[in-house]
Design a protein around this ligand. Structure first.
Ligand code: GSH
Length: 101
């Protein structure tokens, strides 16, 4: 429950939240794209925090998605890297609406 509250808090408190793992190439692609677009984002590396596995379980409960990256923009679940890349043309508007750029 603590992990679920922490995951939800990260989603609620950040215009863009990326649940990531430091070695994950899809996560790197997501963070690169957001950086290229000049977006402010919060990333948590689940392989580098003690409660990372519990947060990953909580994310699966919340989103039915277990893989990382698990991405939220303006508290809305976007999905993983392939979902984010597929929205590339809409991202500038989405990120502006979210006040991330
Ligand atoms: N199609 C997914 C692929 C993501 C993926 O395969 N991520 C791997 C890490 S690189 C993963 O979540 N593996 C399971 C795990 O780390 O628990 C996307 O585009 O985000």
């Amino acid at each position: 429950m603590a992990a679920k509250a922490k995951a939800q808090g990260i989603i609620d408190d950040n215009s863009v939240a990326v649940f990531s793992k430091s070695y994950c190439p899809y996560c790197k692609a997501t963070k690169s794209l957001l950086s290229e677009l000049g977006a402010k984002y919060y990333a948590i590396e689940l392989d580098q925090v003690d409660d990372g596995a519990a947060i990953q379980d909580a994310l699966e409960d919340i989103t039915s998605q277990r893989s990382v990256p698990n991405i939220f923009i303006a508290q809305k679940h976007i999905g993983g890297n392939s979902d984010l890349q597929a929205k590339k043309s809409q991202l500038p508007d989405l990120l502006k609406e979210a006040k991330a750029i």
